[in-house]
Design a protein around this ligand. Structure first.
Ligand SMILES: [Zn+2]
Ligand SMILES: [Zn+2]
Length: 150
């Protein structure tokens, strides 16, 4: 019983964030609720949840594993500078999957895609944007209500 309670808490924690945390981060946060939990237990539960398809496992360029509580079809971008993982929704990927299936003459059960590069915050792209866009970003950051209205 205790084991499944911990797994439940782990899943809840993962679904409360879009930051694609590491096992270490999850362990640190779960310890507040379960002081006796071990990192091994966290890893075991993560492996089980990933196997069940309840979570996604993302391996970054540094070969670190990160986890995602959102399992709808989406893709990831990893910033090589700040190591942040961003979600990106893309259309047309099923076509590429079908192409691959045809070329391989195989049944493709799953696929993932990770882009690597320098994110907007780490590059100078933000400054190149038009003044209007910069203004819009500032307005958005000052509050979600303003953002959704406009
Ligand atoms: Zn970055
Ligand atoms: Zn994601």
């Amino acid at each position: 019983m205790k084991y499944s309670k911990q797994r439940e808490a782990l899943l809840t924690l993962l679904r409360s964030t879009r930051s694609h945390p590491s096992a270490d981060w999850l362990y640190e946060n779960l310890r507040k609720e379960f002081p006796n939990i071990s990192l091994g237990t966290v890893y075991r539960n993560l492996a089980q949840l990933a196997e069940n398809g309840d979570i996604l496992k993302i391996s970054t360029s540094a070969n670190k594993e990160h986890f995602d509580g959102f399992v709808h079809r989406h893709f990831h971008f990893v910033c090589n500078k700040c190591d942040k993982i961003y979600d990106v929704d893309l259309d047309g990927m099923d076509e590429i999957k079908n192409q691959a299936a045809e070329k391989l003459n195989a049944d493709i059960e799953d696929y993932s895609l990770i882009f690597y590069g320098i994110c907007e915050n780490c590059s100078s792209k933000k400054i190149i944007n038009s003044k209007e866009e910069i203004y819009y970003e500032k307005v958005c950051m000052s509050g979600m209500r303003l953002c959704s209205r406009g």
